[in-house]
Design a protein around this ligand. Structure first.
Ligand code: GDP
Length: 138
C-alpha cells in the first residue's frame, strides 16, 4: 500500500553539495517526491523536531548541528516507504552502514550522517506536519 514518509537532507550533506546525488538515489529507488523545500531552522525548531531525544547526551550537539545551515525537507511516497527509505539510508553510524547506502556513501560521522528518515507511521505523521502545511501536500 502506498505510504508517505518524511526525510531531511541534513546540513552536512547540503554543505558538501550532495543534495542532487541523494535526490537521484531516492528517485532511482522508486520514491515519488510529494513536497520538497530548502530551508534553515533555528535551534529551537530543531529541538521541537527532535524532542523525543531530549534526554539523550547528544541532544544539544544534534540540535546545534541541525540548525547550522540549510537543509532540504521532503515528503516521499511509495509502497512501504518508511521501511524502504530506512534501508536506503543505512545504519545511523556510517561505520556500520551497508555498502551502497546513502549514509555509507555520504555520511561523515554518527551525528553528521547526511539524511533523516522517519522510523514509524506515527513519527512520519508528526514530522510531515512539523514541516509542511496540508495545502502543500494536496
Ligand atoms: P536515526 O533514526 O538513524 O536518524 O537515528 P536516531 O533516531 O537514533 O538519532 C537521531 C539522530 O541523532 C541521528 O541521525 C544522528 O544525527 C544523531 N545521533 C544518534 N546517535 C548519536 C550519538 O551517539 N552521538 C551523536 N553525536 N549523535 C547521534
Amino acid at each position: 500500500m502506498t505510504q508517505r514518509t518524511f526525510s531531511i537532507i541534513k546540513p552536512d550533506a547540503f554543505r558538501k553539495g550532495h543534495t542532487g546525488a541523494i535526490l537521484a538515489e531516492i528517485e532511482k529507488a522508486g520514491f515519488g517526491i510529494v513536497a520538497i523545500k530548502r530551508l534553515s531552522i533555528s535551534k529551537a525548531q530543531a529541538e521541537g523536531f527532535y524532542y523525543v531525544h531530549k534526554e539523550r547526551p547528544f541532544f544539544a550537539s544534534l540540535t546545534q548541528f541541525m540548525s547550522s545551515g540549510p537543509i532540504v525537507a521532503m515528503v516521499l511516497e511509495k509502497d512501504n516507504a518508511i521501511a524502504d527509505l530506512r534501508k536506503l539510508m543505512g545504519a545511523t553510524n556510517p561505520a556500520n552502514a551497508d555498502e551502497g547506502t546513502i549514509r555509507k556513501k555520504y555520511a561523515a560521522s554518527i551525528e553528521e550522517n547526511a539524511i533523516h528518515g522517519s522510523d514509524a507511521e506515527d513519527t512520519a505523521k508528526f514530522e510531515i506536519g512539523y514541516f509542511f502545511a496540508g495545502y502543500e501536500l494536496a
